[in-house]
Write a protein that binds this ligand. Structure first.
Ligand code: ARG
Length: 583
């Protein structure tokens, strides 16, 4: 199914060719709906290129434009924009097609790729910092969207389960562990002993040395230390799993850093042999003399004491993903502080000749109301688990007020959908590069660009159908007609009211918006769209009676309601957000 945007883009390039002009400019949704539905700057671009009058060029293009049934109006505006307005009949027809389409018009990609997405990736025995929320939520949404578009997605959790912190954890485990506390809250206790040991190691060189010894014993395969390590990883994983269950996030692979441990010597050997790495002051190092930004930032891949590090592991990881997993692309959804690290890793991969497309998907920070990095009152990182549980608690309060007669189970279920949805949406609706302020009031508000507002729009539509009896869908176009194989009662949509036409146009745009998210990894394009869709729906619902109107308007309007609900549900679903049936 072709979108209006791609249809018009095709017609535009035909018109340009017929006018003897080269391809130029873009065809985009109109920036101001008062002037039309789509616009192109082709004549402006050509005017500049050729030193000709853009308005005259625009007239030439319009004269050659054969819109068929799609467009009723082409006007040249301003300095030479061409604006297009769709014909309501064409919109109605496309809407009918969407009603019958499970994918709601979204085409699958013609060039599917295998994409490994590295996201979430928390660290064992270290507090999960707020950055992990963004990575987890953003990575999951991108995975869902890429998959829906037809890519072969592998979700990989690159857990930090190896490294120098374990010397301290093992020392702390042997000397500071409170078993009772470990039972009550394992991760908190592991984090506590790690932090306390870290403190001691800073103050006492003997403790630091003892930690180093524990690490050496662990890496040499000492049984006691390996058992402790195993237990720490398992306990932390339990905590992560709890969070992933709440978030409804799934991984195909959880190849943590320890997975690559045996491969590290080989990586260093290979880089030495190929001359990409060299020995410098006893360490193995890669230099980047040709990159101004990295020129004075050599990367150590084997320390003087023979130990490997985070970078060595990431080099082994690229290898594994390219050669074993056969990835065409690898996306790293990791915060901005690691930008240089990935630059270095990607450069080395390129020098090694990997053709795989490597991409660091960066994001900004979450700030507290004081505009500083979000922390608890005592200055700690906010544990993700606590934050999500708080979200559900607050959502439940809203439901208690709004709909006290619901059963306890229903309340719990709805509170989870709203609370978790609100946290995810608050994140995804921001441009990923900007820092944003975490605000419970804002994200849980039923008004404005929030998950609860969109969920509420969905719920409203569902209640229309409950009121009408689900049978109403049978008379609406497409709906049940499709499922049962019966011909829908009506075969055409009649769109007359401007609010109906506007809503139908929005519904047709879903298929244009979803693939756009991938251009620069911006789920906020989709959230903005869904917000506008909900607004269009509310305008429609206020202006156009649905159940009380006569045929054929009633069926048409029910169909618009049904399709609006489906697009909201699917759109939110692509962001990892669920919709309740009532709230
Ligand atoms: N564990 C790291 C952190 O918490 C993130 C890992 C990102 N992925 C990677 N392949 N380096 O900062």
């Amino acid at each position: 199914m072709e979108t209006f945007q791609s249809l018009l883009a095709k017609k535009l390039s035909e018109a340009l060719a017929n006018a003897g002009l080269p391809a130029a400019g873009e065809l985009t949704p109109a920036s101001d709906p008062r002037f039309g539905d789509y616009q192109t700057n082709a004549a402006l671009v050509l005017g500049k290129q050729r030193g000709e009058n853009p308005r005259a060029l625009a007239e030439q293009i319009v004269a050659q434009f054969e819109a068929g049934d799609a467009c009723e109006l082409l006007v040249v505006a301003g300095a030479g924009f061409i604006n297009f307005t769709l014909r309501p009949e064409a919109v109605a027809q496309k809407t009918m097609e969407l009603l019958r389409d499970d994918r709601l018009g979204v085409a699958e990609t013609r060039s599917p790729r295998r994409i490994v997405i590295d996201f979430g990736s928390p660290n064992v025995a270290k507090p999960m910092h707020v950055g992990h929320i963004r990575s987890t939520v953003l990575g999951d949404a991108l995975a869902r969207i890429a998959q829906f578009l037809g890519h072969d997605v592998i979700r990989d959790n690159h857990i930090g389960d190896w490294g120098t912190q374990f010397g301290m954890v093992i020392y702390g485990w042997k000397n500071l562990l409170d078993r009772g506390a470990l039972q009550r809250n394992p991760l908190a206790e592991i984090v506590r002993i790690y932090k306390e040991t870290n403190q001691r190691a800073n103050d006492h060189p003997t403790v630091r040395e003892a930690c180093r010894q524990e690490l050496v014993r662990l890496q040499a395969g000492d049984k006691e230390n390996n058992d402790i390590w195993n237990e720490c990883v398992a306990l932390s994983m339990q905590d992560f799993e709890h969070v992933y269950k709440l978030l409804d996030v799934h991984y195909d692979l959880q190849c943590g850093e320890s997975f690559y441990h045996d491969r590290l010597p080989g990586v260093v050997e290979r880089l030495l042999q190929s001359g990409i790495a060299e020995i410098s002051e006893g360490a193995v190092v890669v230099f980047f003399p040709d990159d101004p930004e990295l020129a004075d930032r050599p990367l150590i891949i084997r320390k003087r004491d023979g130990g490997f590090n985070y970078a060595t592991t990431d080099l082994a990881t690229v290898d594994y993903r390219v050669n074993d997993l056969k990835a065409d692309s690898i996306w790293y959804v990791v915060g901005a502080p690691q930008t240089l690290h990935f630059k270095q890793i990607f450069q080395i991969a390129r020098r090694e000749g990997y053709a795989t497309d490597l991409c660091h998907i960066v994001f900004g920070s979450i700030l507290g109301e004081d505009r500083k990095l979000m922390k608890t009152r005592s200055g700690e990182n906010v544990p993700l688990r606590d934050l999500l549980e708080e979200a559900c608690k607050r959502a439940r309060k809203i439901i208690e007020e709004k709909n006290p007669q619901l059963s306890e189970d229903e309340k719990t279920d709805i509170a989870e959908k709203i609370g978790i949805g609100a946290v995810k949406y608050a994140d995804l609706s921001q441009y990923r590069m900007t820092d944003y302020i975490f605000s419970w009031e804002k994200m849980l508000s039923l008004h404005g660009n929030t998950a609860p507002y969109l969920q509420n729009a969905y719920v409203r539509i569902r209640s229309i159908f409950r009121k009408a009896g689900e049978a109403a869908i049978a008379t609406s176009l497409g709906g049940v007609g499709k499922k049962t194989g019966h011909r829908p009662v009506a075969t055409e949509l009649t769109l007359t009211h401007p609010a109906e036409i506007n809503l139908a146009k929005r519904l047709c745009q879903f298929a244009e918006v979803v693939p756009q998210v991938m251009n620069d990894f911006r789920p906020n394009i989709l959230t903005n769209y869904l917000f506008e869709l909900a607004n269009s729906f509310h305008t429609f619902y206020e202006a156009c009676p649905v159940l009380k109107s006569d045929e054929p308007a009633r069926s048409s309007r029910l169909a618009l309601c049904d399709l609006s609900a489906r697009v909201l549900q699917r759109g939110l679903g692509l962001l990892g957000i669920k919709v309740p049936e009532r709230m």
